[in-house]
Design a protein around this ligand. Structure first.
Ligand SMILES: *Cc1c(COP(=O)(O)O)cnc(C)c1O
Length: 432
């Protein structure tokens, strides 16, 4: 397997011109020189175009809105990124009190917030109720009772949706599949009706919706249609029992091209789902989509510098200054990211494992890649906009990298590089 044999992902914000890579109108080499590496670089154009691709399908030919986009901010929660989406009209899908605080920090409308997650704590539930979020997506009967209790303490009502585990196989990596019986997520399909009946009896609970989210990096529409049918069956059944569902949240999970994957076109995908909802007679439902990765994944790259080339008997290593601490996806899921030199050079190519400086054998970024590089060269790890920086850690006391947003010719530092002293500034040694 060589990098030349594998196609590069489809990118809108990043291009190669005459042997040099650019983010929109800015050379990546210039950014690396000015801000150092490792460095995350995002393209505003790429995330804007991905949003528009969804939104085009969310408005019908008569101009009527038939669905809303709630960006799943866990994919990339930088304030500049989420504020771009807010300005484009997005709401947000949140999975923690911390993410709720981020949404409020950019002035998001509480009614544009949906709070999901399998283990919400009482303080997080209280925070969500106090904020007045649109909906809390409930993942268990125990959680339902906790929400009712917290709402009673606050003397308020709690708008809820039940997250259905539709038991469909999204055919994705086991760590990012969430809609199978064996997953920790959602309420088992056969228990959903019973749980709604129970919810309807609780004093502080307002049933407003139903939701599902079947996994991530899904590259076909079929599992979505399966899940959709199963959820619509429940909505129908609930209606017969007098339980009215106002919104249907289909979650996120649409995949992107990291190399040779061919996920459906975003607009076509969204049209297919929304048309299916209408064909089954549910056009009156307020539909929510929660894409994360497909809005930002290909809108970001991670720049890194080659520190050493280390030839070996079995493997050659290309040791770079980025690591699993900056981009954990390869270590966590054996994920593939295309890796390209950002300036083409006439040097001999060789096949390398691209690895970081962290003291773990799992610390690798790419395997068996053919690259023409020398020490000091710069590489771009592509498709790093989603689940990249947000999963970064300080392991090995490594400061997190800076993040840059490029908009045409303009360059913005949207997060400063961390400094080492701050990493242990809140620690103290024991008294003498
Ligand atoms: C993670 C998550 C999403 C977004 O998933 P992507 O694969 O990034 O699109 C949407 N909804 C929920 C509930 C999630 O947990």
């Amino acid at each position: 397997m060589t990098s030349t044999a594998i196609p590069l992902p489809h990118l809108t914000g990043f291009t190669e011109r005459a042997g040099n890579w650019y983010a929109e109108e800015v050379a990546l080499a210039d950014l690396a020189k000015e801000f150092g590496t490792p460095l995350y670089v995002y393209s505003k154009k790429a995330l804007t175009e991905a949003y528009h691709a969804y939104d085009r399908a969310c408005v019908d030919s008569k101009g009527k809105r038939r669905a809303r986009i709630h960006y799943a901010m866990k994919a990339n929660s930088n304030l500049a990124v989420i504020d771009c989406f807010r300005q484009l009209g997005a709401g947000f899908d949140l999975v923690s009190g911390g993410e709720l605080a981020r949404a409020l920090a950019i002035g998001a409308d509480p009614q544009s917030l949906v709070f999901a997650g399998v283990g919400k704590s009482a303080p997080e539930i209280a925070q969500a109720l106090k904020t007045g979020v649109k909906c809390i997506n409930v993942e268990s009967i125990a959680e339902l009772h906790k929400i009712n209790r917290v709402a009673k303490e606050q003397n308020c009502r709690a708008p809820i949706s039940l997250r259905v585990n539709p038991d469909v196989d999204a055919q994705t990596h086991p760590y990012i599949s969430t809609g199978l019986k064996g997953n920790k997520f959602g309420i088992a399909y056969h228990e959903v009706l019973k749980t709604y009946r129970e919810a309807a009896l609780l004093s502080q609970i307002d049933i407003v919706g139903i939701d599902c989210h079947i996994g991530s990096q899904i590259t076909t529409t079929a599992p979505y249609l399966d899940a959709l049918d199963k959820v619509l069956d429940l909505v129908e059944h609930l209606k017969r029992e007098g339980i009215v569902i106002h919104h249907l949240d289909l979650g996120g999970g649409l995949g992107i091209s990291y190399s040779d994957e061919t996920p459906p076109d975003i607009t076509e995908f969204t049209n297919t789902l929304l048309n299916h909802v209408a064909e089954r007679g549910f056009a009156h439902l307020d539909i929510v989509l929660e894409p994360g990765r497909s809005l930002v994944g290909n809108a970001g790259v991670l720049l890194t510098t080659v520190e050493y080339l280390k030839p070996g008997a079995e493997k050659n290593f290309c040791i770079v200054d980025a690591a699993m601490t900056e981009l954990m996806r390869p270590a966590l899921y054996e994920a593939y990211h295309s890796i390209v030199p950002i300036q083409t050079k006439a040097v001999k190519s060789a096949t390398y494992d691209i690895v970081g400086p962290v003291c773990e054998s799992g610390d690798w970024l790419g395997r068996d890649r053919t690259l023409a590089v020398e020490e000091g060269d710069l590489l771009a790890i592509l498709s790093a906009g989603a689940y990249g920086f947000v999963m970064a850690s300080n392991y090995n006391t490594r400061p997190k990298p800076a993040e840059i947003m490029v908009d045409g010719k303009d360059v913005y530092v949207i997060r400063a590089r961390e400094n080492v002293a701050n990493l242990f500034a809140s620690e103290t040694v024991l008294p003498k």
